[in-house]
Design a binder for this molecule. Structure first.
Ligand code: SF4
Length: 841
């Protein structure tokens, strides 16, 4: 295997349209370990992005020492990317793992035992229930727990406590995906499949920087674009990303709309389909509702009008629309560039509209992938730990509530369903004002990841709310908690998770967790036991003790719902590959893509939502929904473009946007503890255009102050790769850095750095999309000023989208399969070597 820090996507294995993606097993073992040293390989799937690549974990002497891809897995055919290879296991043995519970005493967190820590939580919880009721409790969870843990937490929250205040960090990442599905198709659920890559003749990537976010999926696309009969690529992104370069190379189009104008562009593309009769009228008449309203909404968006709003050439709008209109099978993928914007759901629904207008759904190649960012975000949404009801049930449908009450043997009035579930942004507002007085945060780091960080620090660190954090490390969030619970991580516990295209994997326990750390499931069970939650029969509310029992309880409750797990079991998941739901008697081997029959879950009695107005977020009532008689037809919904909440001004003339980059995942809790990954991207930076840099006297590597009305950061500048007027910042960096970890082997600087110096969310806003409630990380006004000279290029990688004409190759340390002191040089991209068997190097 090549050095996968320098060669992110591995060697190319081109293949023709309609042929299988070749398998190749990628593997990493810690330096000094080879195959013969491995005691055992344990089945799992990678937990470092939403792709969900099948892996086996290498175990030696009770420690995780590496991973290899599973060649038989439908998701990755053995491939792994840099994060999966170098970031999956190293964190587990870090000396700064939490191994004992901590409680705050005298203003400090001090070690204690489980009984004391849980006792404090239960005492506060019971007191609040007695005095203030269940609305005093809030839960903020993750996209990285297991299905069994989410479901258990959901039952505790909805049936034990009765609080609607439960959400996940999926609100920051994938809420729009779920919301868009519900609006168009009646329920959450990914229509498409990764196998659509093998069959499509065009790929549209909307705000989806796949080369940085899902590297293995991008490798799968590259193997098509390098093969016979390649698809054309269309890229919608304000940066000239690798996707944009591939669009140029394949005869596609790079559309670079001004930040915050996605919906205007989408309306323009939709109008072109109508104008050129690229609409399957018969299919639309039979399988959709709302075409006339949609035609009217998009009618003002001529290519020239779109050009004015978006700054995109009118002819490029025409070219992109023609590719969509004349292709036989388009695969569309969507991610945060659309989701984290002020009209997120409307823009994402517009992608569905394009497919529906062409009748292009449910057949090979004609896929929609509303992507997730996190590996288990899908489970959070399915199980109801994001506040929704489990099994894609509708909180506004009494029959759905009754189904759950029957299954849990409780009074249906205990289940909060008098109003929509509380979204994360509102949960933090309630915690800020003291309405929520107990906030329990599991496996996420909002002190770094939530918008307007200074406010989040004030909320978490204030006296108005008792904060519980369960995590692997003393994160920036855990440092502010009242009680910290040490959790077992991936490979240290058993459970299932479902990737972005509905593929369910079983992840088996490979090693014991360190010290007294416990699985998140065991922690939730401990709380439920201590609280004494019971059902109507007087039995314990939570009737399971093990992950497998929890899975079986979950599967049972999905019967008859779109997300049907009833045909799955741990035994079945121990087979060669993950399996995409629904899996049931009708589909015992799973379902590669949904809606092959063009029947959508929109029936009023079956759907997950009655829908919303895409402009205001106002809810559609059951009566209104029933009057439309959707009866299995999909909704075509449109909305006019409106400007973003915060536009450039004299004081803040640039638009600030944030995003994920290739070597790190979220707030680096795991990837920052991989020396390979961290050395490749060790510190924060911002990217600005050459013109904006020249205007401010900024050159590559200079230190700059980036300021918005809410805060400022000071980082080094990468010059060249964003459109003029835009500033891009990676969101990964808080104040923790590996040099402060006791086992780093590096010189130990004194203490932690100031949290605000490089934290991208110091600048972002507390505003959200009206339907999905996803915060708008992609638009804020800012100013950039030069503060001092740098000492070389910015610490940005040169291997992916941060490469610029002015960046230079950077030498970093390497440990992968070699000496810990060796070094590698990051190449300038694009760097797509061919597999030797295909005639390459
Ligand atoms: S693409 Fe995602 S799931 Fe696959 S190896 Fe990389 S980080 Fe892991």
């Amino acid at each position: 295997m090549s050095d996968r820090i320098a060669d992110i996507y591995g060697t190319r294995t081109p293949h023709a349209r309609g042929t299988a993606w070749p398998a190749r097993v990628d593997q990493y073992l810690d330096p000094g370990i080879d195959d013969a040293d491995v005691d055992t390989w344990v089945q799992s799937a990678c937990l470092l992005c939403s792709n969900g690549c099948g892996v086996d974990i290498a175990v030696k002497d009770g420690r995780m020492v590496g991973v290899r891809g599973r060649a038989s897995d439908v998701v990755n055919h053995g491939r792994l990317g840099p994060k999966g290879l170098y970031g999956s296991t190293g964190w587990a043995n870090a000396a700064d793992r939490l191994t004992r519970p901590l409680v705050r005493a005298g203003g400090r967190l001090v070690e204690t035992d489980w009984e004391t820590a849980m006792g404090r939580i239960v005492e506060r919880s019971k007191q609040l229930l007695d005095e203030k009721g269940p609305l005093s409790h809030g839960f903020y969870t993750s996209g990285q727990l297991f299905l069994e843990e989410y479901y258990t937490l959901a039952v505790i929250g909805k049936a034990g406590l009765g609080t609607p205040h439960m959400d996940g960090n999926t609100r920051l990442c994938t809420a729009t995906s779920a919301a868009a599905f519900k609006e168009s198709f009646g329920a959450d659920g990914q229509p498409g499949s990764y196998t659509d890559i093998e069959h499509c003749d065009a790929v549209f990537l909307y705000g989806h920087n796949m080369p940085e976010t899902q590297t293995v999926l991008w490798a799968r696309i590259l193997d098509r674009t390098r093969g016979a009969d390649p698809p054309r690529i269309v890229c919608v992104d304000p940066r000239r990303t690798l996707v944009a370069m591939e669009a140029e190379r394949t005869g596609g189009v790079h559309l670079a709309p001004r930040v915050g104008t996605n919906l205007a562009l989408m309306n323009g593309l939709t109008r072109e389909l109508f104008e050129h009769d690229w609409v399957d009228e018969a299919w639309v008449a039979q399988h959709t509702l709302g075409v006339d309203d949609l035609r009217e909404v998009v009618s003002p968006y001529t290519p020239e009008h779109v050009a004015e709003i978006c700054g995109v050439p009118a002819d490029d709008v025409r070219r992109a629309a023609r590719i969509f209109g004349e292709s036989e099978a388009v695969l569309s993928t969507v991610l945060q560039g659309f989701y984290q914007s002020h009209q997120a759901t409307a823009a994402s629904v517009a992608v569905h509209n394009l497919h529906l207008l062409r009748g292009m759904i449910g057949r090979p190649g004609a896929g929609i992938l509303q992507m997730n960012g996190q590996p288990t975000a899908q489970n959070n949404r399915e199980c109801g730990a994001d506040g929704d009801l489990p099994g894609f049930r509708n909180w506004d449908n009494p029959a759905h509530v009754q189904e759950l009450a029957d299954a849990w043997d409780i009074d249906p009035m205990t289940i909060p369903h008098w109003a929509p579930p509380t979204h994360a942004m509102q949960i933090f507002s309630y915690a800020e004002t003291g309405s929520i007085e107990l906030l329990w945060i599991s496996a996420t780091n909002p002190a770094v990841s939530m918008p307007e960080s200074a406010r989040i620090r004030r909320i978490l660190g204030g006296d108005q709310c008792f904060v519980v954090v369960q995590d692997l490390f003393l994160t920036e969030t855990a440092e502010l908690a009242d009680v910290v619970l040490p959790a077992a991580g991936w490979g240290e516990k058993t459970g299932c998770f479902t990737n972005v295209n509905r593929t369910v994997h079983l992840s088996e326990k490979a090693v014991d967790p360190p010290g007294e750390a416990r699985s998140d499931l065991d922690i939730f069970l401990m709380y439920a036991d201590a609280m004494g939650f019971t059902n109507e029969s007087g039995d314990p509310l939570i009737g399971w003790r093990s992950p497998e029992e929890a899975f079986e309880a979950w599967a049972a409750i999905t019967r008859g719902r779109p997300v049907d797990y009833t045909g799955l079991s741990y035994a079945k998941l121990r087979g060669p590959t993950g399996i995409p739901w629904p899996v049931n008697e009708e589909h015992p081997q799973g379902t590669d893509r949904l809606y092959a029959d063009a029947v959508f879950p929109t029936d009023t009695d079956y759907c997950e939502t009655f829908g919303h107005d895409l402009v205001t977020g106002g809810t559609v009532t059951e009566t209104e929904h029933r009057a439309m008689n959707p009866a299995g037809r999909a909704f075509l919904k449109g909305a006019p473009y409106t400007p973003a909440h915060e536009l450039p001004s004299d004081d803040y003339p640039l638009l600030y946007t944030t995003g994920r980059t290739v070597y790190h995942f979220h707030t680096r809790t795991k990837t920052g503890r991989s020396r390979d990954l961290n050395d490749a991207a060790p510190d924060a930076w911002v990217e600005l255009s050459q013109a904006d840099a020249d205007e401010r006297g900024i050159t590559e590597g200079d230190w700059v102050r980036v300021e918005s009305p809410r805060g400022a950061i000071e980082v080094r500048a990468r010059v060249g790769n964003v459109m003029t007027g835009a500033v891009f910042a990676p969101f990964h960096y808080g104040h923790w850095e590996p040099e402060t970890a006791p086992d780093s082997g590096a010189d130990q600087p004194e203490g932690h750095r100031d949290a605000s110096h490089r934290l991208a969310n110091e600048l972002t806003m507390t505003v959200w999309d009206p339907v999905s409630k996803q915060p708008t990380f992609k638009t804020a006004a800012c100013q950039v000023t030069r503060t001092r000279d740098g000492d070389g290029p910015a610490p940005a990688p040169t291997t992916a989208d941060s490469v610029t004409p002015t960046s230079s190759r950077r030498e970093v340390r390497a440990t992968a399969g070699g000496s810990p002191t060796s070094s590698r040089v990051l190449p300038d991209v694009p760097h797509y070597p061919l597999d030797p068997a295909q005639g390459g190097r």
